[in-house]
Write a protein of this length. Structure first.
Length: 225
């Protein structure tokens, strides 16, 4: 897959609900977040208010999203990996050397637009997220591989999780399937796959992270959070 932008810098970006509250109450919330994410990464993404109006549930279709990506593009950054959990999310993002404010701009758009949507449909006010967002710079290849693995195995490493080596590829709200069998054009797998021989090697590497103690996943040498 050809990179969508000349990526030079990667970051692991994450956030969670204020007071650890659930931020994805149902699949409509998750679909809306991913659609907002796809459009917020585009160079000519509309203003937050216009984006909110455009994304009203009855207007969203795959065809319309594809057309919008052409109309509002090109992307200002790459989505390398993502996972949505009930009360938090993780992203691995890439930005080019000449667009080193891209991640900050994207995260501001995404956080504001999704908070507006969530507050409107759930009839609440105030902050939804704990902070603006948190970010860890990825400075070498091994850290990139471990960050992407850490993101993808998140569902399997919670206490009493039902996700494991057999069913983790079926987790719907993750970019893992783009690496294994169902590539999405807006997920850039190239930075990771260029470091490995094939998708089987990728999956074998990923599986090693399932049920690893947190102390081993988050080493000081390879800081991920």
């Amino acid at each position: 897959m050809t990179p969508m932008t000349p990526v030079r810098f990667f970051s692991h970006v994450y956030n969670r609900g204020v007071d650890k509250r659930v931020i994805f109450l149902n699949d409509n919330h998750r679909r809306r977040f991913i659609t907002t994410l796809r459009l917020s990464r585009l160079l000519k993404s509309p203003s937050i208010a216009v984006l909110d109006d455009w994304l009203k549930r009855d207007k969203i279709t795959p065809e319309k999203i594809g057309k919008a990506e052409e109309e509002f593009g090109p992307p200002i950054l790459d989505i390398v990996a993502l996972i949505l959990m009930n009360n938090h999310f993780h992203l691995v993002l890439g930005e080019s050397e000449d667009k080193k404010t891209a991640i900050a701009k994207f995260m501001q758009r995404l956080g504001t637009a999704f908070t507006m949507y969530f507050n409107k449909v759930e009839k609440r006010k105030g902050r939804l997220f704990e902070s603006k967002y948190k970010s860890v710079a990825i400075i070498h290849d091994e850290q990139l591989l471990q960050a992407v693995r850490y993101v993808h195995v998140n569902p399997a490493n919670g206490e009493f999780s039902r996700w494991n080596e057999q069913n983790l590829p079926k987790y719907q709200w993750s970019s893992l399937s783009s690496y294994l069998n169902h590539p999405e054009p807006w997920i850039n797998t190239e930075p990771v796959m260029s470091l490995l021989n094939n998708k089987n090697e990728f999956w074998e590497y990923t599986k090693l992270g399932i049920c690893l103690p947190r102390s081993e996943l988050l080493t000081k040498k390879l800081r991920l959070e």
